[in-house]
Every structure is written in C-alpha cells, then in structure tokens.
Design a binder for this molecule. Structure first.
Ligand code: GLU
Length: 329
C-alpha cells in the first residue's frame, strides 16, 4: 500500500484509519466513525486502515475484535490494512506493538522528557483542587508534584511515567469538522501519563505513536477525543516528527432516547440491529445522511458514497439515530 510520507514530509497518499477498542460489539457511533473514515479515504483514492486498540486489558473482551471486523464487513466497509489483511505497517493490534512504544518512551527519556510519579489519584485530585488553575472540566490537570523530585528516590508505590511538558507547549490545529483549536498543554493537562503505574502504555502515547508510525494522514474519531488531540500532537512533535495528520472529530451519535450510545453498550449495537433484520444498507444510508455524506437517508452501500466531494462538510453537532423500527404499513 502507498506510503504516506516522502523524506520531505510531503503526503504521497491519503491513509485514513478507524481504531476501535475491542471492549464490546460495534455500536452505531463506531459504525458512524468507521463509515466517515472509509468514505474520506475512498473519495481521495486512499487506503483504509483498521487498528485494534486493545491496550486497556481489563476492558478488552475476548472475541470482540473479530466480531467488530465481521460487523464492519457486513456493513460493506473493507480495510486495505488491518489485523486480517495485514499490510506493510503491521502489526495492527496495539498489544503487539509494545517494542515501538518502548522505543518512543526511550527516545523521550533520552531527551530528558520523562519522569516517574508515585502520586495516587486521590493526592493529585486534592492538590489540583487547591490550585488557582484547577480545571473546570472533567479532566484533571496534573499539578507537577513529582516533576522536580529525584527519580532515584524510593517510591511509595509503583510509579507512572509522565511527560515533562515543556513551557512552550502551545498547539494549534484546524480540525476538519470542529474548526480551529488552540491549547497550551501545560495549562490544560499538565505533565500527562505515558506509562501507567500498572505498566500499561497510556492511550495518548500509543495512539499518537501509531498514527505517526503508520503514516496516517487522516485521523477520524469521535468528538469526545478532541481534548486529547493537542497532547497527541505535542507528543509526536517531541519525538521529532515533522508531519501531523489531519483530524476529523465527528459528532457523537445519540440513541433516540438521547443517551450516549458508547455508554450504554447494549443500546444500538450494529449486531443487535442485524439480528432484528435491519439491513446493512439501511444502517449505512441513515448514517451517511446524518454525517452529511448523502442528501437523503435511503438505503445504500458504502460504494455508492464514493462519488462525492473529496472534502465533504461533515455534520458538526450530535446526531440522534433513528430507531430503525420496522415500517408500519
Ligand atoms: N480506541 C479508541 C476508542 O475506541 C479511539 C481512539 C482514537 O480514535 O484515537 O474509543
């Protein structure tokens, strides 16, 4: 498959990825993101890449990755690269990519950008709350408690490894859906975790190194991950990367009841819809219309969406999925 970068960092071809976590069956929100990634790649003659993000082992469910792949195939979404077809950026399953994350961590460490932290979650919360810059949102800014402590000290518990976020940590980018974003990582997140105390590589490290190493040009994912993007861009910049992907943060999908689908796993899985006799094309048609990729919601296959603007203006605000009830006549 084509490679994303020449030595001068010019993009040679589009590579869009879908990166599900195998923690349950594919829900409509996942299908929505996958469809957007697939269409954005195909409209520009690019490659579709499927990456399985299974690092958070307590949440991973056996067999879930295979079921997600089956459901995607049933929707008509095919992947040029991924765990099943393979590809020149293999492996495509994060639990098999440890040496790569290890190398990135070592490079950051060599640059003096990593330090151990043995604070408990409770201690961080207590200290962050007393700081004038305590955040108002859900994310906790790490107050830098261990930043200047000796890394050779005896630790009170297994330490996490954190990134020493530089002062000049301003990140600016234009999200292709949500618009311009500007954030100073030092203020928003502080020194964030690269490897957790339990030894697991943190999502922020794995995802940004993978997107970079796999030559991803277009990162398509849910808008709930928009606040992570500045951290990820900063991280790859600090490892020496000269190329940044384009981000498309698609809005969340709500169940007809208004609930978030991702939080209610049993609600709105694609598998449950198939079992109720809803056809893949019906799902794709509704999602494509919701996303702004089609002018109506009639059933259609993904292939029927390939002709269309290469830079579509995607929907920006949350979308309420239909209930896919059988038509009453
Ligand atoms: N694996 C993450 C999820 O399924 C998505 C990560 C990403 O797209 O950056 O929620």
């Amino acid at each position: 498959m084509c490679s994303a970068r020449a030595a001068d960092a010019k993009v040679l071809c589009v590579r869009a990825r879908f990166a599900p976590s195998p923690t349950g069956d594919l829900h409509l929100g996942g299908a929505w993101t996958a469809l957007a990634a697939w269409v954005l790649a195909r409209r520009r003659g690019g490659a579709t890449v499927l990456r399985v993000e299974d690092l958070d082992t307590p949440r991973v469910r056996a067999g879930s990755a295979a079921r997600i792949e089956e459901d995607l195939a049933r929707l008509g979404l095919d992947w040029d690269e991924g765990p099943a077809p393979g590809g020149s950026y293999a492996p495509y399953t994060q639990s098999e990519r440890g040496p790569l994350y290890e190398a990135a961590l070592a490079e950051l460490d060599r640059r003096g950008l990593v330090y151990p932290c043995d604070c408990s979650r409770k201690e961080i919360a207590a200290r962050a709350a007393t700081e004038a810059s305590a955040p108002h949102g859900a994310e906790l800014r790490y107050p830098g408690t261990c930043r200047d402590k000796s890394p050779g000290r005896s630790m009170r518990r297994d330490p996490a490894l954190r990134l020493r976020v530089p002062e000049e940590s301003a990140v600016r980018f234009v999200d292709a859906v949500q618009g311009a974003v500007e954030e100073r990582v030092a203020d928003a997140a502080g020194d964030f975790v690269l490897r957790r105390a339990d030894g697991m590589f943190a999502y922020q490290l794995a995802v940004s190194i993978d997107d970079w190493a796999m030559g991803i040009t277009d990162v398509v994912r849910g808008a709930d991950l928009l606040p992570s993007t500045a951290r990820q861009l900063l991280l790859v910049r600090l490892t020496g990367a000269t190329f940044a992907p384009r981000y498309w943060h698609v809005p969340l999908v709500l169940a007809s009841s208004g609930d978030r689908l991702a939080k209610r796993a049993a609600l709105g899985t694609v598998r449950a819809l198939f079992e109720r006799g809803v056809a893949g094309e019906e799902i794709v048609g509704a999602l494509a219309h919701g996303l702004g990729l089609a002018s109506d919601a009639r059933p259609r296959s993904p292939r029927e969406l390939v002709d269309g603007p290469a830079e579509p203006a995607l929907r920006r605000d949350p979308w309420t999925a239909p209930s896919f009830d059988p038509a009453v006549s």
